[in-house]
Design a protein. Sequence first.
Length: 730
Amino acid sequence: MQLLSVKETAKRFHLSERRIQALCESNRIEGAQMISGVWLIPSTAQRPTDERTLQTDENEISLSQLCNILSISTATGRNWVKLGKLTPVSTLKQTPVFSKAYVNQLKADIISGKNTALKSRRNKKYISGTSVYRSYVSDTSVNLSIVQSIVEYIECHHIEITESFLCTILAECAIQLLWSKQNGSQTVSCLSDYINGHASHNDYLFLVDDILCDKLLIPNIINEHSDLFRFTYTYEKGEDILGLLYISLKHLGDRKATGSYYTPTNVVKKLCRHLFAINETSKKDVLDPCCGTGNFILQLPPCVHPSHIYGNDIDTLSVKITRINYALKYDISDPAILYTHFTNKDYLVFQSPIKYDYIIGNPPWGYEFSDAQKKELKKKYNSATGKNIESYDVFIEQSLASLQPNGILSFVLPEAILSVQTHTPIRQIMLHNCTFQYIEFLGNAFDKVQCPCVILQAAYTRKMFNGVGLTVKDSARKFTIQNPRHFSSEYPCLAIPDDEYCIIEKLNHITNSVTLLGKSKFALGIVTGNNKEYISQTKTDKNELVLKGSDIYKYKYLPSDHYLAFQPESFQQVAPTEYYRAEEKLLYRFICNQLVFAYDNNQTLSLNSCNILIPEIDGFHMKYIMAVLNSRPAQFYFKKNFHSVKILRSHIEQIPIPLATQELQNDIIAVVNSILINSDSDVMQKLYDELDSMITPLYGLNDAEYQIIKSSLKDENLFLYCHSDESNNH
């Protein structure tokens, strides 16, 4: 059977190459398979029906529409239909069609938790319920327990949080804080007094009116839920209690769909403390373009004059809360300032007449732009590339355009901004126009969000950055770059000190080396589509051992207790059989913060957390290449260049493999073979170090440089499998 490339198939089907790629990725072209990272399509394959052009009844929804509603890929949707998780009412041109009534009920069941079959990370936008975002304020906040009690009461009584209900709760809190600040006293049920005309005069009540949706509904809400209006809130300087209450009651799905991850106060204070400790702020304009409820504004130091502070957000209610927080902090009730300085606009579209000296904040992460928005963003922003536009990339680009020359940008961002390939365009823009001043690695700083983040501070110099003066801080150390560097926008190597950078440069420029680029085969492990159905913990005559990523250690794998009947035609995604059945191959952990490669000559199957590498470099033995990839110099190169928790093919293909004589390769392989048959932890450690001593000189590294490498990796798990110490924390 003849296999065609994407380009050839595009001509045959009269479609664009991008469309063919998308059809392959969604399993819409029968027989299409990825080989060595390239899609190949059988010449006999038929052009699939384009679901985008299907005409359905007004009471019916196509599969692609349903997948969009559920925020899943079409491939996942097709698999769920196959597994019976989704039930179509009919089929139109071989494509499943669903009734609107069924889809509406499905959404309701997911939100309520009644439907447990579709609980998945892909359905987080439908997660319901409330939770107190405790890290948003200080642990010592006296109002924290009140917000906790309100949330527990609402959950216990199954109260629906309508817009009117939410605004009434917020108005009660706001009016108490305003009176507490102005009068120095606490009053319970202030909102009820205000609605009934019994409240004393307060200069800020117009801001409370802004929050209220429908005053006619307020008495009923207060009467129906009177216990919620008996709490007493206390004004606390620098604490965004209104924001805490708002985001704790706000639907969790709404936060995720809009990319709103409200920044904990301790992180905001870190950013402000560092930024304004070293910069002159007198009469300088400060903007938070995605201000949320105003926590960054609350943490600004006294050196920032209130008349030079600006904020903006697309969330109308958040902006109204920001105005109240600003009024509370600065005792300013002038509507001219409150309404012109704090605006409810789309920052990516609106052109401000002001050029700011400082732009600070936490731009949205993963905002779900509509197709129409994506089209407009691609016209305006150079960083708006690819199928999925990352919101914080375009926010950075727009913010740079809003700065004065030499103005400073300081954002809290996902750590991925520094290394992940999809952010290369915005890194290129920044490296060509900014001087990075400060980077602080924060780890997973956001409540219930597994996403390492950083504080990134840069001056808009409109000149190429050379590295000198950049200060980097993490939990273990702090250093400042002293010597100029060459930065690649693809992998900029920002987070390493000068001595480590010199070693990376040495590794990049060794002459007697090759890479695996174009000289190896890669394959993904099996994606069954339903592990519960296909994977067993019992060995039978019809199944065989299958490995997961957690079974893989350096050099060898742990015997698994998982078994699989190999039925490629039944799986959601599978590589060509010959990859799994190769006479010898390397298996590696896909999700890991370092390189972990094991040798297999038993034609063992593996799942998608355990990928396959088959090197094909003339004169290089597979076990020698494995020893190099498992060595400390290779791990150092990977960690410092890519800073990733995923081992990507593009990473592996860049690692230099030093040339070695056949005699030396044989000596190294002899040590590898000793590791393969050994299980004693002390012996394994000694053999691993012996391999390092043989491989390190091949990179042209001296002992002092190797000690720098060893020191930088000293606290990391070596992933050496030993019976006597399975934790391997050497």
